[in-house]
Design a protein around this ligand. Structure first.
Ligand SMILES: [Zn+2]
Length: 182
């Protein structure tokens, strides 16, 4: 199985009749903080160079083009569930309890970062939205201003640690909705 890249920074990996497509880490870094991902419906026919998905960041909405022609048989829903997972996990914490997560993918890390910010009371709505719809509320304090990453020694022993980012927060004692700041 080999991975090929398009000039628009999509990648495609083909195994038999099934191709997996995505956008490169470089493209994700260029986008900045992603606020929304629209994935194609199962069964949608995509053609090479045509629209396959939309990724919206704080900077812009970007089309993801299909690098090859085919029919969508599955989409990765992991990202959709991630924000909700963090919300649920924090809900389950007792006051002063800590939530710690390690991601291995920049888009996951961005979602994690945004969700923790939202749960620390900082509105994560796109700038053009006049009223807050993200439900920001101050229930945690973020313990990691920047993600914790592996040092050189650790990466030497375990190369996969190179892309790992750890973020953590602590639940506040005041209970939910104790304060709110836009
Ligand atoms: Zn908001």
């Amino acid at each position: 199985m080999s991975v090929k890249f398009s000039k628009d920074h999509e990648w495609v990996s083909v195994a038999g009749d099934i191709a997996t497509i995505g956008i490169t880490n470089h493209a994700q870094e260029q986008l900045g903080d992603v606020v929304f991902v629209e994935l194609p419906a199962i069964g949608k026919k995509v053609s090479k160079g045509g629209d396959a998905a939309v990724v919206e960041s704080v900077k812009a909405a970007s089309e993801v083009y299909a690098p090859i022609t085919g029919e969508v048989v599955a989409v990765n829903k992991e990202l959709e569930g991630l924000g909700e997972f963090v919300d649920t996990a924090v809900d389950l914490l007792k006051p002063s309890g800590r939530f710690v997560a390690i991601s291995f993918h920049s888009l996951e890390d961005r979602i994690l970062k945004q969700e923790l910010r939202r749960l620390s009371g900082s509105c994560q709505c796109p700038p053009r939205i006049p009223v807050c719809t993200c439900g920001a509320r101050k229930v945690v304090e973020i313990l990691t201003r920047r993600p914790v990453i592996a040092g050189d020694a650790e990466v030497d022993i375990n190369p996969r640690a190179r892309s790992a980012k750890l973020r953590a927060c602590e639940k506040l004692a005041g209970g939910p909705d104790s304060s709110y700041e836009k």
